[in-house]
Design a protein around this ligand. Structure first.
Ligand code: ARG
Length: 476
């Protein structure tokens, strides 16, 4: 029957496997209820593994032919059938059936429909248990590569912006109180560091994802003379999983992926919190491009930073997927249990959320409007250079603790008089400490303060330029 002749409902009766509704139903005396069918089926969400499933099946079939378990003619038919199925899936013409439970049985049944007995030979020496573990590893591997390049792009865009704002000064905070002046470029590069570590973490996670479960069969391996190394090579895996029980039941790779995704989202969430604060008119440090904001239906003046707020919110759900996966695994005895089917939706959602978030943030960070004057005005308040005055006194021979106390008294007196340290005359300053000279004004300025911190990791414009250029060169 041609594929498009099938009714598109999910309840179509199928008779391909032993003339029963399910591939395994020959053993059962009564059918499952519709609710149980829906409850146990995964095709609604695992159909997105179709390409990985086909890729894994082709590698398995190629190996079966190479070791003589199936004929060359069977392999040719399987390849032909799979090419057709892939096309149907891509064209959205594939008829997914709930009766066939999952992506694996849907594809296998369609293969048998298309090519007959050769299709029935595909599952030789294999189980859905090692099949699904293989599909998942292939899928996660692809997502790791995508997330890695998105992270590198975001890091690159942050470095570009940092280069432009290497000398733009804003107040650096500790405890969300003005601490010391920093450059905006330096602040941006702090996030570039986080995203650089995230990219490394994904690369490291890939090293453990990239092993082949296929060959473990249901749990104990198979009696056919299979060549697992060959399949691993075909699929681009590093090698084969060394224990069949572990191969079918392990989901560490999914947990690790979610852990990498959750930590990346935590970094995105911290950045989001700053974007929200900075774009509040009280600070007015930045303005987000209009396409990342929305207005209010009642308050005409509003421009809300929806994208960073949502990213901050979505971090909760990605963290939740990590906890769900950890909890999913904690009570499972060896080897495969149906619980494992629950690994998919959260993992898929974590990957989708991260992918979308990184894509949007790359664009959004490139397009922020920086208000250097507002940043500077804020840095001039709050005695941001008080530490510099203390360091100045230390250079003139005062022990640091004494210098600290002198400056604290000076700040207090300025506060009482509504003045700033840099506004005081030399005589007024000398009243606090006789070692103070005219050169003190060099350290009391914002520019002097940041320029002095030129060591590796410091906030000086010259250093920020070097660091940004180092990151920008990473790509070339
Ligand atoms: N849909 C299943 C899953 O996602 C495939 C493996 C089913 N294996 C089994 N023995 N029922 O885990």
């Amino acid at each position: 029957m041609p594929n498009n002749a099938q009714p598109p409902t999910q309840d179509t009766p199928h008779d391909q496997f032993a003339n029963k509704a399910q591939a395994w139903s020959a053993r059962f005396s009564e059918p499952v209820s519709d609710l149980v069918k829906r409850y146990t089926a995964s095709v609604r969400f695992d159909r997105r593994l179709a390409h990985c499933d086909i890729q894994g099946s082709l590698a398995h079939a190629e190996m079966l032919a190479a070791v003589g378990v199936i004929e060359a003619g069977d392999l040719a038919a399987i390849e032909r059938g799979m090419a057709r199925i892939r096309q149907e899936v891509d064209d959205d013409k594939f008829q997914w059936s709930l009766d066939l439970e999952d992506v694996h049985l849907n594809i296998e049944k369609r293969l048998v429909e298309l090519i007959g007995d050769a299709g029935k030979r595909l599952h030789t020496g294999r189980s859905r248990n090692d099949q699904v573990a293989t599909d998942m590893r292939l899928w996660v591997r692809g997502e790791i590569d995508t997330c890695g390049s998105l992270l590198r792009e975001l890091r690159h865009n942050l470095a570009k912006l940092a280069l432009v704002h290497a000398a733009t000064i804003l107040p650096g905070f500790t405890h969300l109180q003005v601490a010391q002046p920093v450059t905006f470029g330096h602040h941006l590069l702090a996030y570039a560091e986080m995203f650089g570590r995230d990219a490394e973490r994904f690369t490291d996670c890939r090293r453990r994802v990239n092993w082949l479960p296929l060959g473990a069969a249901a749990l104990a391996g198979t009696s056919y003379p299979i060549d697992r190394e060959r399949v691993a090579k075909t699929l681009g895996f590093e090698g084969v999983c060394r224990n069949s029980l572990d191969a079918v039941s392990d989901r560490d790779f999914a947990i690790e992926f979610c852990a990498c995704a959750a930590l990346t989202m935590v970094h995105i969430s911290r950045l989001s919190e700053e974007l929200v604060l900075w774009s509040n008119p009280r600070m007015g440090f930045i303005e987000l491009a209009d396409r990342f904001c929305t207005g209010s239906s009642i308050m005409p003046q509003k421009k809300n930073p929806d994208v960073p707020e949502l990213a901050r919110g979505k971090t909760g759900r990605v963290n939740g997927h990590l906890v769900a996966l950890l909890t999913l695994m904690k009570g499972q005895p060896l080897a495969y249990n149906k619980d494992n089917q629950e690994d998919k939706e959260g993992l898929f959602d974590a990957a989708d959320t991260l992918r979308d978030t990184l894509t949007i943030f790359s664009d959004m960070m490139g397009g922020i409007h920086v208000r250097a004057d507002a940043m500077r005005a804020a840095a001039l308040q709050g005695f941001a250079t008080a530490t510099d005055l203390a360091d100045y006194l230390v250079r003139k021979g005062t022990p640091f603790r004494d210098a600290h106390e002198t400056v604290a008294l000076a700040v207090r007196s300025c506060e009482e008089r509504g003045r700033d340290l840099a506004d005081l005359s030399l005589d007024e300053l000398r009243a606090f400490h006789p070692a103070i000279d005219a050169d003190v004004y060099e350290v009391l300025t914002l520019e002097g303060s940041v320029a002095a911190r030129k060591h590796i990791g410091g906030t000086a414009p010259a250093r920020v330029r070097l660091e940004a250029e180092r990151i920008l060169a990473e790509r070339g």
